[in-house]
Design a protein around this ligand. Structure first.
Ligand SMILES: C[S@@+](CC[C@H](N)C(=O)[O-])C[C@H]1O[C@@H](n2cnc3c(N)ncnc32)[C@H](O)[C@@H]1O
Length: 230
């Protein structure tokens, strides 16, 4: 039996009644907890249910399964993109990932994420290899690190023509591909669906009616362009 502090000074019968009371209180708390706010009863967050089921569904195509969880964030690239978005009042972030851009935009700018996986409860979920981007009433499109995963860049770009301003990044085919083909660099499968050179990428942007006004190198063969509808 516990004998310490004030309780130790009381006769054993009082101590036992006090303990019994505490046990009842604890049991009551436990019941209330489970019945109302406890984890046991709470409905799982629908977004996470959906992401988890995409990740484990054997019927899902490779792309949704791959993108169901995303641990990476490309803050430097999003910060560069932000510079070129200037004073726009609305932006669609296509292949939005962790929506890094949203955090960088000034208050009042309307933001819409689009992705193959639901990144929050407002994400427009769409597999851009299976469906076309719908008509959207936004000034600018931000497309960072996404076109690499698109089967047909021209079909994808057809739907970007609806925006006045485009900020776009792409890992161009270049020296790394040459060295990999020669067996000098180890190839790491990234799931990229197309390989365009820098010249081909610029031609693609211009062919779809945009005039490039800025170009930045993000990494060795990755570039970011900002373009306006001409
Ligand atoms: C490399 S991450 C870039 C994320 C974000 N743009 C950034 O820069 O942080 C590519 C993103 O494109 C999305 N994505 C890949 N394939 C897609 C597809 N077929 N349709 C729609 N989104 C896709 C992925 O879910 C992922 O969020």
């Amino acid at each position: 039996m516990l004998r310490c502090g004030t309780l130790a000074a009381l006769p054993p019968v009082y101590f036992n009644i006090a303990s019994f009371g505490n046990i009842l209180k604890l049991a009551g708390l436990f019941i209330v907890q489970r019945g109302t706010i406890g984890y046991a009863r709470r409905e799982p967050d629908p977004i996470h249910v959906r992401i988890r089921s995409m990740a484990t569904d054997p019927q899902a195509t490779v792309q949704p399964r791959r993108w169901a969880s995303l641990n990476w964030e490309w803050e430097g690239r999003a910060t560069m993109a932000r510079e070129y978005l200037g004073e726009v009042s609305s932006v669609v972030d296509i292949g939005c990932g962790k929506m890094t851009l949203k955090r960088l935009l000034p208050e009042g700018v309307r933001y819409q994420g689009v992705d193959i996986a639901p990144r929050d409860e407002t994400t427009i979920v769409i597999d851009l290899n299976a469906e076309r981007l719908p008509d959207m009433d936004f000034d600018a499109a931000n497309v960072l690190g996404v076109m690499e995963y698109i089967n047909d860049p021209d079909v994808f770009f057809d739907r970007l023509e609806q925006f006045d301003l485009l900020v776009f990044s792409y890992n161009c085919k270049g020296i790394k591909d040459v060295l990999t083909n020669m067996g000098i660099l180890k190839s790491t499968p990234k799931g990229w669906r197309n390989r365009l050179t820098k010249a081909e990428t610029i031609a693609l942007i211009e062919r779809h009616g945009f005039k490039i006004f800025a170009e930045r190198r993000v990494r060795l063969s990755e570039y970011l362009w900002a373009a306006r509808r001409s």
